[in-house]
Write a protein that binds this ligand. Structure first.
Ligand code: G3I
Length: 322
């Protein structure tokens, strides 16, 4: 039987991995696949390292939720991607509720990033330092950090992360930047060059890759886009790959889905600077998609009965053939 991590390594990639979450770990059949290290060489906690979990009250830190997945990865010798230090969503409510001066929010932001990155120092292959800071038109997202600090908050976050965990690769991670577009151009200009012009370290770009059948970027567009990021000296990772289809899917939908997975993984295989691929969980019942997009689903690699989608073979094809 094919094994994704092994095939990914044969293709010159560092890993093939998956996101997972604490509440999923009591499903034995699921965990058997999750911890098959020839299948998944890398884990990302899908919720446990987010601000609401880590610093639920101002100055009160709790690493227990994130540690469950971090420890599992360590036990199994799986690479850990850490997700995430700064994001407007799943933020602790106090951040948006308080009235901030620039000085106080700067201090709170540095304290959060420093504490969390220090806690897992040396354990994260990569940190998603900043998540989804751009609107789909490419403008900066107007969250509390931008409103109080302006775009400077981006520099503050990356500087603090670099100081706290010098060995982790520092990433900007976003959705809808998988093709050449206003938004991916903006990521290059308003996040990456913005940091680089000030000599602040950023090492990687995370292309979330939450795709919909019939609307995904072409293989060539994904490759061209990755090369534009590589031209800036960055490595690339596909960080949250899934492909939603109208649910329940028919065989045409599943074949189209397979093609989308194949093209995305294939783009990574063809671009040397793309280090690996993470799927945003691999088991349909644990996917975020049906709750968020009513009528859509079946976005992962395994059906509820643990049989594989055709997309699994699509990924194998991409890893074997590019
Ligand atoms: O913790 C509560 C629990 O107490 C409650 O009983 C339960 C009932 O619904 O909800 C739980 O919270 C859920 C949380 O995940 C933790 O499981 C939220 O409802 C649910 O909305 C939340 O969804 C997460 C989502 O981010 C929020 O935007 C998904 O699991 C997670 O996979 C998803 O991941 C994001 C990435 O971080 C960033 N990119 C997009 C991606 C998909 O949205």
């Amino acid at each position: 039987t094919a094994q994704l991590k092994k095939l990914a390594q044969d293709a010159g990639k560092m890993y093939f991995g998956t996101a997972t979450d604490n509440g999923e770990l009591n499903n034995t059949q699921y965990v058997n696949i999750l911890t098959d290290t020839d299948e998944f060489g890398q884990l990302t906690p899908s919720n446990g390292m987010k601000w609401f979990a880590i610093e639920p009250e101002f100055g009160v830190f709790n690493y227990s939720m994130g540690s469950v997945v971090a420890d599992l990865a360590e036990e199994n010798g799986q690479i850990l991607r850490c997700h995430n230090l700064v994001w407007h969503s799943q933020l602790a409510p106090w951040v948006d509720a308080l009235t901030w001066s620039k000085e106080n929010l700067t201090e709170a932001l540095i304290a959060h990033v420093t504490a969390e990155a220090t806690h897992w120092k040396g354990k994260c292959y990569a940190w998603d330092v900043l998540n989804e800071a751009l609107n789909d038109d490419g403008t900066y997202r107007n969250d509390t950090f931008l409103a109080v600090l302006g775009p400077e908050y981006i520099k503050i976050a990356f500087k603090a992360a670099a100081a706290a965990d010098p060995d982790a690769k520092l990433y900007y991670n976003d959705c809808n930047i998988e093709r050449v577009s206003n938004k991916s151009d903006s990521a290059r200009k308003n996040i990456i060059k913005f940091l680089q012009d000030d000599n602040i370290r950023i090492d990687g770009i995370g292309l979330q890759s939450h795709f919909t059948v019939g609307r995904s970027p072409s293989l060539d567009d994904q490759i061209s886009n990755m090369r534009l990021f590589a031209d800036l000296g960055l490595e690339i990772a596909i960080t949250e790959l899934d492909v939603r289809v109208p649910d329940p899917p028919n065989s045409t939908g599943l074949e189209m889905q397979s093609k989308v997975y194949e093209e995305s993984v294939g783009a990574c295989v063809q671009v040397d600077e793309c280090v690996g691929v993470t799927v945003w969980d691999f088991y349909d019942p644990f996917s975020w998609v049906p709750d968020t997009f009513p009528g859509m689903g079946s976005a992962t690699l395994y059906f509820a009965n643990f049989t594989k989608h055709p997309a699994y073979q699509g990924i194998v094809n991409a890893l074997v053939n590019g």
